[in-house]
Design a protein around this ligand. Structure first.
Ligand code: IMP
Length: 429
């Protein structure tokens, strides 16, 4: 049985929501395996728009939805998100949502620390979502995190909180911030325990059973592979592994559980926050793409930086995530341009290179080498077959495939679910 991992192949915001929703309708189980409520997925179903951050997209369709151990969970944000969905008539019950007992919690002190660092001296700014994601993962790796299961044993919390605060209060003293009282953290956790615990489960075991029973599992990645803590544009990255391999580690299944990796890929490039962006167009082209593509963050509302399609980066992601095929999104945003550029390689210190180097200094120095293709005047919006696309648009898509070394398996031509050209269904690989 095919289990599909969906990852963003650029810096996030590739339009995963629609594709994940389309796939989740065919899945039995939908699993989040990394990140937290820094993600923002918009699903449009029957004209109604649902905005999800932490919850797997499957909740809207009543599918078994799982938050795996690799996710960091702000319990208050979780409860608030469920509340917002309830107002839209979507109820999330302990039968449909399972949360890993060994997942790490994001606390208010993580959120505060994230914001403090971001407002500190220039040069250290990452442009995070200020959701506390990085500090929570630091505590996980530092072996001082509070985890979901700890909410079930409140009497064990004081010792764990002391351990965590020994670290955080030292940091806060250094930053000139007041220390945090252990009782404040205890109260914060105790107040939310009853709301979270009904959803807690031994997720690795549940997923193993479902996999053996032949269920179709959809692993829903958040952010994008270029924000991966190992493979991304470090240090301008998020604090989790966002590449497809994390689907196994972040859910408790072995790597053999994954049979198809779908990379969601935007027909141009965007990025939110700081960091290198070789094909960025800080000019009228970028403004055109941003306006046409409505490039504002779902979570923070920030204006996204925009630029030409960078095939070097996506080719790299095809390798680091083992992408079998891509879903190409937002092609219609390019409609009407006289010429379209594609970055095909970089120049670094006078030499042509075919990949983005790992060094921060070199990443800042690479210059894009472009090829220019003729644009098309006709609209591609809403096309549902190749025949409806202008010849130049088809050429553009074929050239993208050639450059990145992976086929387009789906082409999305508007936010509406039926405005899709399907080449191959990843679940029926
Ligand atoms: P953090 O994940 O909040 O720590 O932010 C680290 C970097 O990842 C920043 O550049 C954010 O803008 C970026 N980022 C985090 N989540 C997303 C997302 O869902 N889409 C796009 N960028 C994101």
């Amino acid at each position: 049985m095919a289990n599909v991992v969906v990852v963003g192949s650029q810096w996030g915001d590739e339009g995963k929501g629609k594709i994940v929703d389309w796939l989740s309708e065919q899945a039995d189980v939908v699993v989040r395996f990394q990140g937290g409520h820094n993600a923002g997925h918009t699903l449009v179903i029957d004209g109604v728009s649902y905005k999800l951050s932490l919850l797997p997209s499957g909740v809207v369709r009543g599918k078994l939805s799982v938050i795996g151990n690799g996710v960091v969970i702000d319990p208050h944000a979780l409860v608030a998100e469920m509340g917002r969905l309830a107002e839209q008539g979507v109820s999330v019950s302990p039968q449909t949502l399972k949360i890993a007992d060994n997942a790490t919690l994001i606390l208010s002190l993580h959120r505060e620390l994230d914001a403090l660092r971001e407002s500190a001296a220039a040069g250290t700014k990452i442009g995070t979502t200020k959701r506390g994601i990085g500090p929570a993962y630091e505590d996980k790796v530092g072996r001082r995190a509070i985890r979901v299961m700890d909410l079930a044993n409140l009497q064990t919390l004081p010792a764990k909180i002391d351990r965590m605060l020994a670290h955080h209060n030292a940091l806060r003293r250094g930053l000139g911030e007041p220390e945090i009282e252990a009782s404040a953290i205890y109260d914060e956790l105790a107040s939310v325990a009853d709301k979270v615990l009904p959803f807690m489960d031994t997720v690795w075991s549940l997923l193993d059973q479902r996999r053996r029973a032949g269920d179709r599992i959809l692993f829903e990645g958040a952010q994008g592979a270029l924000l991966d803590i190992d493979h991304g544009t470090y240090p301008f990255v998020t604090s989790s592994n966002t590449v497809a391999g994390q689907a196994a580690t972040g859910s408790g299944l072995g790597p053999g559980a994954v049979s198809y990796v779908l990379g969601i890929t935007k027909a141009y490039t965007t990025r939110v926050g700081e960091g290198p962006f070789p094909s960025e167009q800080d000019n009228e082209v970028g403004d055109f793409l941003g306006t046409r593509g409505h490039e504002f963050g779902t979570v923070t509302g920030r204006k996204r930086r925009c630029g030409w399609f960078d095939s070097v980066l996506v080719r790299q992601t095809v390798s680091t995530s083992g992408i079998n095929g891509i879903a190409l999104t937002k092609l219609d945003v390019l409609d009407g341009l006289d010429e379209i550029r594609i970055c095909v390689a970089y120049e670094l210190d006078g030499k042509r290179i075919e990949h983005l180097p790992a060094s921060q200094g070199e990443q800042a120095r690479v210059k894009p080498i472009y090829e220019t293709l003729p644009g098309w005047k006709e609209s591609t919006k809403g096309a549902r077959s190749w025949a409806e696309l202008p010849a130049q648009a088809v050429k553009y898509v074929r050239y993208v495939e050639e450059l990145i070394g992976a086929p387009v398996t789906m082409l999305s031509t508007s936010p509406e679910r039926d405005d899709t050209i399907l080449v191959q269904n990843p679940f029926q690989d």
